[in-house]
Design a protein around this ligand. Structure first.
Ligand SMILES: Cc1cc2nc3c(=O)[nH]c(=O)nc-3n(C[C@H](O)[C@H](O)[C@H](O)COP(=O)(O)OP(=O)(O)OC[C@H]3O[C@@H](n4cnc5c(N)ncnc54)[C@H](O)[C@@H]3O)c2cc1C
Length: 375
C-alpha cells in the first residue's frame, strides 16, 4: 500500500502517526533532530485532547504519566491576593512533563516508524503523490509518498515552500521562560499570578516536581541573558510565596527561554497531496494552553477523514473544512486573551474577581467541549 510520510516527530507528528496506523495505513515519520524528545517543560492537556488521545488508544497511558490540576482556576496578584480560588467545578487539566508525553506516544509506535537525523528540504507534487527530498548524514535522499503530513512546527519548511504567499510566523511581543524543578517539593497551590505585562504560572507535575512559566512583554525578539534564571528572579523574585522559594530550588540549566511566535490564519491547510497539521498550520500564543491539544485533535480528524471518505481529495477537503475554523477561532481567542491582559488589565482582573463561576467556566468550555470522531 502507498505510504504516508509525516514530517516532524513532535506531538502533532507522533499522534498523526498513531492515528493513521490505527486506521491501517503504512506510515513513516522523518525528524530532523538526532535524538527524539521534547523540551524540559510541562504541558496542560485539556479534556478535548484527552478524548482525542483515548480515540488514539493512548489516553490511559498518558493519564498515568500525568497529574490532575486546574490550569485557570486559581488566579493571584503579585502581592499574593487571590482573584479567584480554584473550585471543584473548574475544568480539570492533566499536567504532564512534555518528555513523558513524547515517550508515551513513541511507545505506541514501532521502533522503525520514526527516522531521525533526516531533514526534509523540499517537497514536490507529482502524479498521484509527492516527491520528498531529505538530507541525512550521507547526503540527499528522495522518497515518494501518496500523502505528506507536514507536522514540522511553527517555522515549517513545507509550509514556506508550498504556501509561499503566507507570511512567516510572527513574534507576538512576548518571551516565555519555563522550567521544571528537580526533586520533591511540598505541594504548592497551583495558580497563575497576573501583572499587566507579565504572568507567572505554577502547576504540579507527577513525582513532586513543579512546572513554572513566566510570560512577559519584551523590547524585541531574540534578547537572551547569560543568567536566564537571574532574569526571572529580577522580574518576579519579589512576588508572593512560594515563587521566590521555587526559583531558589530551580537549577539554572533547567530554564528555557523562547520568544512567542504565532501564525496568521491560512486560507487552506491542504495543497495537493500535502496537508498541514499542528503548529505548522495554526501556531498560536500559549494563553489558552490549546496548541498541542489542537494538534492532537487534528491527528484524529485526519485519520477519521481518511478512513471514512471515499477518496483522498474528499478526505483532505473534509479535514480542512473541519479543522480550519476551529483551530483559527481558538488561535484568535488566545491572541485576544493575551491582548486583554496587557491592554485592559483592570477589566481582566475585575472579570477574574467578579465573573460568576458558571460564566468563567463557560469561557473555557467553549474550547474544551469537543468530541473526536471515532476511529
Ligand atoms: C510557552 C509555551 C507553552 C505552551 N503550553 C501549552 C500547553 O500547556 N498546552 C498545549 O496544548 N499547548 C501548549 N503549547 C503549544 C504546544 O507546545 C505546541 O502547539 C505543540 O508542541 C506543537 O506541536 P507540533 O508537533 O505541531 O510542532 P513541534 O513541537 O514544533 O514539532 C515539530 C517537529 O518537526 C521537526 N522538524 C522541523 N522541521 C523539520 C524538517 N524540515 N524536517 C524534519 N523534521 C523537522 C522538529 O524538529 C520538531 O520535532 C505551548 C507553547 C509554548 C510556546
Amino acid at each position: 500500500m502507498p505510504e504516508i510520510l509525516i514530517v516532524g516527530a513532535g506531538i502533532g507528528g507522533l499522534t498523526a502517526a498513531i492515528g493513521l496506523r490505527r486506521i491501517g495505513r503504512s506510515v513513516s515519520v522523518i525528524e530532523k533532530a538526532t535524538t527524539l524528545g521534547e523540551v524540559g517543560a510541562g504541558l496542560s492537556l485539556w479534556p478535548n485532547a484527552l478524548r482525542a488521545l483515548d480515540e488514539l488508544g493512548v489516553g490511559e497511558a498518558v493519564r498515568a504519566a500525568g497529574v490532575s490540576a486546574v490550569s485557570r482556576g486559581g488566579l493571584r496578584r503579585p502581592s499574593g491576593q487571590w482573584l479567584r480560588h480554584r473550585h471543584p467545578d473548574d475544568i480539570p487539566v492533566l499536567m504532564v512533563h512534555r518528555a513523558d508525553l513524547h515517550r508515551t506516544l513513541l511507545d505506541a509506535l514501532p521502533a522503525d516508524c520514526v527516522r531521525t537525523n533526516a531533514t526534509v528540504t523540499e517537497v514536490k507534487q507529482a502524479t498521484g503523490g509527492v516527491d520528498v527530498m531529505y538530507r541525512t548524514h550521507d547526503g540527499i535522499r528522495q522518497k515518494e509518498a501518496e500523502l505528506v503530513v507536514a507536522a514540522d512546527g511553527v517555522h515549517s519548511t513545507v509550509r514556506q515552500q508550498l504556501w509561499p504567499e503566507t507570511t512567516k510566523a510572527c513574534f507576538d511581543g512576548r518571551s516565555t521562560w519555563r522550567a521544571v524543578t528537580d526533586g520533591i517539593l511540598e505541594p504548592a497551590e497551583e495558580a497563575i499570578t497576573l501583572a499587566r505585562d507579565q504572568q507567572f504560572g505554577l502547576l504540579p507535575l507527577p513525582n513532586g516536581r513543579l512546572y513554572w512559566f513566566l510570560t512577559a512583554a519584551v523590547e524585541r525578539q531574540g534578547i537572551r541573558y547569560d543568567d536566564e534564571l537571574g532574569e526571572v528572579r529580577r522580574r518576579v523574585g519579589h512576588w508572593h510565596d512560594p515563587i521566590p522559594g521555587i526559583l531558589a530550588v530551580t537549577a539554572p540549566s533547567a530554564v528555557l527561554h523562547h520568544d512567542i511566535t504565532t501564525l496568521a490564519p491560512l486560507e487552506t491547510y491542504v495543497s495537493g497531496r500535502v496537508v498541514l497539521l499542528g503548529d505548522a498550520a495554526h501556531a498560536q500564543s500559549p494563553d489558552l494552553g490549546q496548541g498541542a491539544c489542537q494538534a492532537i485533535e487534528d491527528a484524529v480528524v485526519l485519520a477519521s477523514a481518511l478512513a471514512t471518505e471515499h477518496d483522498l481529495d474528499s478526505a483532505l477537503e473534509r479535514y480542512d473544512q473541519e479543522r480550519r475554523p476551529r483551530t483559527q477561532t481558538i488561535a484568535q481567542a488566545a491572541q485576544r486573551q493575551a491582548k486583554l491582559t496587557q491592554a485592559n488589565f483592570w477589566a481582566m482582573t475585575s472579570a477574574a474577581r467578579l465573573l460568576p463561576r458558571s460564566l468563567w467556566r463557560r469561557q473555557t468550555a467553549r474550547w474544551v467541549d469537543w468530541s473526536p470522531p471515532s476511529l
